[in-house]
Design a protein around this ligand. Structure first.
Ligand SMILES: [Fe+2]
Ligand SMILES: [Fe+2]
Length: 491
């Protein structure tokens, strides 16, 4: 367990940082609003009764937006407190809000205008964009409410400072909430790129339907040309949301080093250059990593952790072995270089694969969680083989610490899963399906040994989850070692 004082200090810093970020976002949103306001200062009239805009309106608007931001902060704290732990996620969340809002304003003021619609060009605003970005990059629980905040501010800005009057002013509010619900629901099921394109199509069709219906409330009555244009623009806004989503996701992932399901799918693909390099230069390690990834994915699913992330961490956990593959048993054929080395030197060569792994991970900008698994998957465990060899040579006068990994212990569930899966893969490799009784004892021993050595003290994994992981490893082991179907004539 971490020291209580340090934890409290960390929490205070995180809360302070969160408050600061919220304030910065508020200032940026207000700056954009006022910029829009001053650009149209001459035409500023409140649509209700043509009352000229005064300071009272501006103060009221400022306080209202501040209230929305405070309420949003409380909501995030209540619903997704884990997001507050990550500064990258907080910054990315606020960036999603600001970018979505800015794009709505920008598109409305530029390409959204045309001769038929005139200044009432709100229909091209990408109202589903914020939901999609937040759901994929930050947290699905926050996606809908983030969209509601953005469309509410957009509605207020357009209503007070903009050129949207009459019933059309309600279009972004009504449509923004509806497309947010649809996008949030569909994005939970999206696994392929075509699924995201379909979200754009569905939200576009819904927007077109809403655009047509608001004309029933519009004072100008039914002008067919305007209705058709607005429906067409609204349809395009859905498709535009998806297009902007595809452009912004890799950009935001890169800037904030955030891992999304889309990026994980890319990293988990066997076409990844780094995995191909591992396959060519350290084939034994490559196959070990594939099996560890299978175990880790199954375990993460079983305890409710992210299975894609666990798979990714499993695939890349030993990437550091690329530097000196021949020192690792899985890549050796007849020659073992450790035969000519003292146990001390052997241990040094083995230990440094985690440090090399981190270097390679930094070079390839692997996600932070994967880097943690690379550094933490051995924790501070002894390297038993060389410890025993050294003890034999020195008649037991060995400092165990010198023959142990000097990384840090797992700080999260994914690292803990990879640690267990890694040790179990190596130990279970030579067993057959019939040896499942022995496999249960081995897995139990591996987990108990790590528990006794305090390897899970820095992460929030529970005994119940460790038990589920043990059971899942055994069932996956039985699945991996399933009987091969013998073809006629095959021994
Ligand atoms: Fe390793
Ligand atoms: Fe490994």
């Amino acid at each position: 367990m971490k020291g209580k004082t340090t934890e409290e200090f960390d929490n205070r810093i995180k809360k302070g940082f969160w408050a600061l970020m919220l304030f910065v976002a508020y200032v940026i949103v207000m700056a954009i609003c006022y910029l829009a306001f001053f650009m149209h200062a001459k035409e500023l009239l409140l649509y209700t009764g043509n009352v000229p805009l005064n300071y009272g309106h501006i103060i009221g608007f400022t306080l209202l937006v501040m209230l929305l931001f405070i309420f949003f902060g409380i909501y995030v704290f209540a619903v997704a407190r884990d997001v507050l732990v990550s500064r990258r996620k907080i910054c990315a969340l606020l960036s999603c809000l600001i970018i979505s809002f800015s794009l709505m304003v920008l598109l409305m003021k530029t390409v959204g205008r045309n001769e038929v619609l005139g200044n009432n060009s709100v229909f091209l605003a990408p109202l589903a964009l914020c939901t999609m970005l937040v759901a994929l990059l930050i947290d699905r629980r926050l996606a809908l409410f983030s969209n509601v905040i953005v469309v509410m501010i957009f509605f207020l800005v357009e209503n007070l400072f903009g050129e949207l009057f009459d019933a059309l002013a309600f279009y972004p509010l009504v449509c923004g909430v509806l497309v947010g619900v649809v996008a949030n629901y569909r994005i939970n099921k999206a696994t392929r790129r075509t699924d995201y394109v379909l979200i754009g199509l569905y939200t576009g069709l819904l927007s077109a339907a809403v655009a047509l219906t608001v004309y029933a409330l519009y004072n100008n009555g039914f002008v067919i040309e305007q209705m058709l244009y607005s429906a067409l623009y609204a349809l395009c806004s859905g498709i535009l949301s998806t297009f902007l989503f595809f452009v912004l996701v890799p950009l935001l992932e890169w800037v904030f080093n955030i891992v999304s399901d889309m990026r994980l799918a890319e990293l988990n693909s066997s076409n990844q250059p780094l995995l191909k390099k591992l396959m060519r230069e350290a084939p034994g390690t490559y196959h070990h990593c594939i099996t560890v990834a299978n175990y880790a994915e199954a375990c993460a699913s079983a305890i409710g952790a992210d299975p894609f992330l666990a798979r990714c961490a499993g695939l890349y956990h030993d990437i550091g072995k690329l530097k000196e593959p021949v020192y690792f048993v899985e890549n050796q054929n007849d020659v073992n270089p450790h035969d000519d080395l003292t146990p001390e030197v052997s241990v040094m060569t083995i230990k440094r694969h985690t440090m090399y792994g981190l270097q390679i991970a930094n070079e390839f900008r692997l996600p932070k969680e994967v880097k943690q698994a690379i550094v933490e998957h051995h924790g501070t465990m002894p390297i038993y083989f060389f410890l025993a060899k050294a003890q034999k040579l020195t008649e037991g006068k060995v400092n165990e610490g010198e023959y142990s990994y000097n990384g840090s212990t797992p700080s999260n569930k994914i690292s803990a899963i990879v640690m267990i899966a890694d040790a179990c893969e190596a130990a279970l490799k030579s067993l057959k399906k019939e040896d499942s009784g022995e496999a249960i004892n081995i897995v139990d021993k591996i987990v108990t040994d790590r528990l006794n050595r305090g390897q899970f003290n820095s992460c929030d994994i529970t005994m119940k989850e460790l038990d589920t992981i043990k059971k899942t490893i055994i069932s996956t082991f039985v699945g991996i070692k399933h009987e091969r179907i013998k073809y006629p004539g095959q021994k």
